[in-house]
Design a protein around this ligand. Structure first.
Ligand code: ADP
Length: 170
C-alpha cells in the first residue's frame, strides 16, 4: 500500500514526525509530499526545497519514507504516484471539519477520474496536541525555546530565518 502524507510542513514539527513514524509502520511506502502551490496566497517561511531538506534529515532512519513535493490537485498527484491512501493527522476537534471536507472532496474528485482515494486520520499523540508550525514560528520569532517542538537541525534553520539564536543554545 502506497500512502501519501501531504501538507505544508512549514516547518515540520515533532507532531508531523510522530504521524510519519506511526504511518510508516503500516504503509509499504509513505510519500511525504510538500505542497508547492505558488497560487496559494499563504506565504511560507521556508521554500519547498528547504522544507523537503528538513523532512529528509528527520526521516533518514525510515527506509520506506520518501520525501517529495507536488503542485495542483492531490488526486492527480496520487494517481501519478499510484497511491490509494492519504494520511492526515488530527489534533483537536477544530481540525475535523476542514479535514472531513478535504477527505470527501478528494474522494469525490477521485471517483470522477476513476481513482480510489481514501483518507486515513491518525490522532495526534497527546504531547503534540497543541503543536503547530505556526506556533513554532511565533515562538522562534521571539527567540523562545522550540527544542521540544522540532528536531535540532530544524530549530537551527528556523532561528536563522529570524536572524537570531535561542539564548539557551542549539
Ligand atoms: P496543511 O497546511 O496541509 O494543514 P500542515 O503542515 O499544517 O499542512 O499539516 C499537515 C498535516 O499534519 C495535517 O493533517 C495536520 O492536521 C497534521 N498535523 C500538524 N500538526 C500536527 C500535530 N501536532 N499532531 C498531529 N498531526 C499534526
Amino acid at each position: 500500500m502506497t500512502c501519501i502524507y501531504p501538507g505544508s510542513f512549514d516547518p515540520m514539527t515533532f507532531g508531523h514526525l510522530d504521524i510519519i513514524n506511526r504511518a510508516a509502520k503500516f504503509c509499504d511506502t509513505l510519500i511525504v509530499a510538500v505542497l508547492n502551490n505558488s497560487s496559494k496566497t499563504k506565504a511560507t517561511l521556508f521554500s519547498v526545497v528547504e522544507r523537503m531538506e528538513i523532512l529528509r534529515e528527520a526521516t533518514m532512519h525510515l527506509p520506506n519514507v520518501e520525501i517529495d513535493s507536488f503542485a495542483g490537485l492531490l488526486v492527480n498527484y496520487a494517481q501519478a504516484r499510484g497511491a490509494s491512501v492519504v494520511i492526515r493527522g488530527l489534533r483537536a476537534v477544530t481540525d475535523f471539519e476542514y479535514e472531513f471536507q478535504m477527505a470527501l472532496t478528494n474522494r469525490t474528485l477521485g471517483e470522477g477520474q476513476g481513482v480510489r482515494l481514501e483518507t486515513l486520520f491518525i490522532p495526534t499523540s497527546t504531547e503534540f496536541l497543541y503543536l503547530s508550525s505556526g506556533i513554532v514560528k511565533e515562538i522562534a520569532a521571539h527567540k523562545g525555546d522550540i527544542s521540544n517542538m522540532v528536531p535540532p537541525h530544524a530549530a537551527k534553520k528556523i532561528y536563522k530565518k529570524f536572524d537570531g539564536t535561542y539564548q539557551g543554545g542549539i
